[in-house]
Design a protein around this ligand. Structure first.
Ligand code: FE2
Ligand code: FE2
Length: 278
């Protein structure tokens, strides 16, 4: 099957460890809102990435050598991301936050998805991997997002973003492989439906997660909502910035690598040489 994943793309797991010492409570520029936004996202990674790995691996049979290789590298990268986010989340606990309500919510969502056919899990993974890749793109493209973060935490998020861009085509190519016998219309219908569902859940769940962490900082009510929405949609406005790339998913002949953003990886590695492959 034709796929525009660049033929010369190599997915290289970078075995890095970040910030084993404690975190300042508000590691994101001493801002509780930015800190809560990223902490809420990080809380979901170990559970979510485990799910991504199992969903993709379920369809690796009869994959081409190239795709099989890519799946292997994807798995290695995701496992290392989880390892580092487990440590990052442990520092969030040390700072005094309780992440268990956020984790329970992810577990509930994934239990529903896992109860359906395996192709639904792959579709959800493929959609969430697009989501992750466009957030990663925004993160690397504009230094404003992490400009005020503590340097070790910023390095962790940049490292994760680099690898998410690098492996952004893997779940999608696995999906094309798994649905090779489907009509284009059926494939589009399922992927559009799942993307809308996944997006709604992502926005609702991450917002509730951020609000829960703000509540633990005694920031509640309309003020918490306003500050969270401002951060997410206005300044630095990560979600507003990825809107166009999100819409592109629904266009005919979409593929994550229609946007070749390897230049962003190269630029990030040039600025932060410790994030380049060993
Ligand atoms: Fe990841
Ligand atoms: Fe990923």
């Amino acid at each position: 099957m034709h796929s525009p994943t660049p033929a010369d793309l190599t997915i290289t797991p970078r075995d890095r460890r970040f910030g084993r010492e404690g975190n300042a409570r508000w590691w994101m520029g001493n801002d509780p809102v930015g800190t809560a936004f990223y902490n809420a996202l990080s809380a979901t990674f170990p559970i979510g990435e485990t799910f991504f790995v199992e969903s993709v691996r379920a369809f690796r049979h009869n994959a081409s050598d190239k795709l099989a290789q890519e799946i292997k590298a994807f798995v290695t990268q995701e496992v290392m991301h989880s390892r580092e986010h487990v440590r990052f989340n442990a520092r969030t606990l040390e700072a005094g936050y309780d992440l268990s309500p956020l984790e329970a919510r992810v577990e509930r969502r994934l239990a529903v998805t896992r109860s359906k056919a395996p192709i639904v899990s792959l579709a959800a993974t493929m959609c969430l991997e697009h989501f992750t890749a466009i957030l990663a793109h925004a993160l690397l493209k504009d230094t404003a997002h992490l400009g005020r973060a503590d340097p070790e935490s910023a390095a962790l998020w940049r490292w994760h973003a680099i690898e998410e861009i690098e492996h952004k085509g893997v779940a999608y190519d696995t999906w094309l492989h798994a649905t090779a016998g489907w009509t284009r219309w059926k494939r589009w219908k399922v992927k559009a439906k799942v993307m809308l569902f996944v997006t709604r859940n992502f926005l609702v769940d991450r917002s509730l997660g951020t609000l829960e962490l703000l509540r633990q900082d005694n920031i509640t009510g309309a003020r918490a909502w306003a500050r969270m929405l401002w951060f997410a949609w206005v300044r630095p406005g990560m979600l507003r910035r990825v809107f166009g790339a999100w819409v592109a998913f629904f266009l005919p002949r979409f593929h994550p690598w229609n946007q070749d953003d390897r230049g962003l990886i190269a630029a990030a590695q040039a600025s932060y040489p410790t994030l380049a492959p060993a």
